[in-house]
Design a binder for this molecule. Structure first.
Ligand code: CDP
Length: 224
């Protein structure tokens, strides 16, 4: 057994789109003073770069090249690409949709593996995504699969977009969300599914704080 990296604890939080993972994961990270990996942001950054550089969205090799040349900087809740803050730009629905499509390409996923592993730094990491527990950090000490009903998720996404000043339509969001779920769950590589041994957390009727407390409680129990 190697020490160093593998002795650094990882908590994975995977789940479908707009399930509230990001908010819960960030708060758990803040409480434990752990690092935070928003792996979806890496797919979104790849999508944004590809759109900006007009890379053809069916050119897997070129998209993988875009992914492996990403040098994002995460700082104070913001993400920078080549010195520019792109925190807002990567949240646009077009970017999210493109991210969801290119995330189905094996070469793109492979190109992002190393970058994700580098987030594992002392004293620990909360990794948020779709395949954190199944593929990227299979040795995580706690794996959570966080879900919520499609309606609850559409409401949350709606509120999130409106708060950020984007316009949104609840029915379009619901349709979009169902399509994204289907793509994430049915792709051949790293499909969205609970990791073996994952704790299931349905947040449809939970407040953010209740969800955070549950994850912290599970972590306290496995840490012993
Ligand atoms: O906001 P939303 O939950 O839709 O997406 P996100 O977590 O920001 O991730 C953007 C897209 O990247 C998702 O639609 C997924 O298809 C993909 N993704 C993935 O395939 N694997 C991950 N570990 C994280 C995200």
């Amino acid at each position: 057994m190697t020490h160093s990296v593998n002795s650094i604890p990882v908590i994975t939080i995977d789940g479908p789109t707009a399930s509230g993972k990001g908010t819960v994961a960030q708060l758990v990270a803040d409480t434990l003073h752990f690092h935070y990996l928003d792996s979806g942001a890496l797919y979104r950054l790849t999508a944004l770069s590809a759109l900006r550089q007009q890379v053809a969205l069916d050119n897997e090799a070129a998209l993988a090249q875009t992914a492996s040349s990403l040098r994002p900087r995460f700082e104070g809740g913001e993400v920078y690409l080549d010195g520019d803050s792109v925190s807002m730009a990567i949240r646009a629905e077009e970017v999210g949709n493109t991210a969801s499509k290119i995330a189905a390409l094996p070469a793109v996923r492979q190109a992002l593996v190393e970058l994700q592993l580098r987030f594992r730094e002392a004293p620990g990491l909360i990794a948020d995504g779709r395949d954190m527990g199944t593929v990227i950090f299979p040795d995580a000490c706690l794996k959570v699969f966080l879900t919520a009903s499609a309606e609850a998720r559409a409401q949350r996404r709606y509120k999130q977009l409106i708060d950020k000043g984007f316009s949104a339509n609840i029915n379009d969001l619901l349709k979009d969300l169902n399509e994204r779920d289907a793509r994430d769950a049915n792709r051949a590589v790293a499909p969205l599914k609970p990791a073996e041994g994952a704790y299931l957390l349905d947040t449809s009727n939970l407040t953010v704080n209740q969800a955070v407390e549950q994850v912290l409680g599970w972590y306290a129990a496995v840490k012993k």
